[in-house]
Design a protein around this ligand. Structure first.
Ligand SMILES: [Zn+2]
Length: 260
C-alpha cells in the first residue's frame, strides 16, 4: 500500500474519532436535560407530599378548634346550671350538655382517624425526602462526571485539530478536498475497501478496472460506476456511492476501514 494511502487511512481514523467526539459534545445539553428531568420528578413528588401535609394540618387544626369551642359551650351550660332556678331549666341544660358531649366524641373520633392519616403522610413525605436527596446526590455526581467528560472531549478535539495539520501535510490537495467532501456527506467513511469485488460502502459490484486499481494499492480510485455485469458482460452505468476505494483486502487496510 502506498504511504499516501496509509496516511489517508490514518487521517480517516482520526477524523472519524473527531466526528464521534463532536457528536458526543453536541449531545451534552440533551443529556443534562434528561438528568435534570429525573431530579425534577422527585422534586415534584416531594412537593406534593408536603402540600398534602399542609392541607391535612389545617384539617386537624380545625377539628381541635371545634372541639375546644364545644368544651367551652359545655362550661357555659354548667355555669348556667348553677344559676338555674327551676328544675326544668336545669334538666334542659343537662340535655344540652349531653348533646354537645356526644358531638365532641364524634369529633374526637374524627381526630384520631386524622392523626393516623397524618402519620402515614409524614412517612410518605420522609420517603420522598430521602429519595430526593439520594437522587440529588446522584445527579450532582453525574453532572460532575459529564463536566469532566466535556473538558476531556474539548481537550482531545483541540489536540486532534493541532495534529491534523501534520497528518495532512503531503497529501494531494485534490484528494484531500474530495476525501473531506465525502466524509462530510457520509458522516462516516470516505475511504472503503473492496469486499468480495464489491464496494465496502454501498456493497454494489465494482467494475474489474476499479478492483484492479484498488488491489495494486498504489492509487485511490472511486466507486463511481458500481453495477452488475449484463449478460453481454457490460456494466450498467449506475452511479455508485462515490466513496474512495483504496484498499484491496481486509487484512491490509481493511482493519482500519471496516464498514460500520
Ligand atoms: Zn460504492
Amino acid at each position: 500500500m502506498s504511504p499516501l494511502i496509509e496516511k489517508m487511512l490514518t487521517l480517516q481514523d482520526r477524523d472519524r474519532r473527531m466526528l464521534q467526539l463532536l457528536r458526543e459534545q453536541k449531545d451534552v445539553p440533551a443529556r443534562k436535560q434528561l438528568i435534570e428531568t429525573r431530579l425534577q420528578a422527585h422534586r415534584e413528588s416531594l412537593k406534593a407530599s408536603q402540600e398534602e401535609i399542609k392541607k391535612h394540618t389545617a384539617t386537624l387544626k380545625n377539628l381541635e378548634v371545634e372541639i375546644e369551642a364545644k368544651k367551652n359551650q359545655i362550661k357555659k351550660y354548667r355555669d348556667q346550671q348553677l344559676q338555674a332556678k327551676k328544675n326544668e331549666e336545669y334538666r334542659a341544660l343537662e340535655h344540652e350538655v349531653a348533646t354537645v358531649q356526644k358531638q365532641i366524641r364524634t369529633l374526637e373520633d374524627q381526630e384520631i382517624v386524622a392523626m393516623e392519616r397524618m402519620e402515614e403522610l409524614q412517612k410518605t413525605q420522609g420517603t420522598h425526602q430521602q429519595d430526593f436527596q439520594a437522587e440529588e446526590k446522584q445527579v450532582q455526581a453525574e453532572f460532575q462526571a459529564l463536566e469532566t467528560r466535556v473538558q476531556n472531549i474539548q481537550h482531545e478535539i483541540d489536540q486532534m485539530r493541532a495534529e491534523r495539520t501534520t497528518l495532512t501535510a503531503g497529501v494531494d490537495a485534490t484528494w484531500l478536498a474530495r476525501y473531506e467532501r465525502i466524509l462530510q456527506k457520509t458522516g462516516n467513511y470516505a475511504m472503503v475497501p473492496v469486499e468480495k469485488n464489491c464496494c465496502g460502502g454501498c456493497h454494489m459490484t465494482l467494475p474489474p478496472s476499479v478492483i484492479h486499481d484498488a488491489r495494486r494499492g498504489q492509487t485511490i480510485t472511486s466507486c463511481n460506476y458500481c453495477g452488475t455485469p449484463s449478460p453481454e458482460g457490460l456494466y450498467s452505468r449506475r452511479r455508485g456511492c462515490g466513496r474512495m476505494v483504496a484498499v484491496s483486502d481486509a487484512n491490509r487496510g481493511g482493519r482500519k476501514v471496516r464498514t460500520p
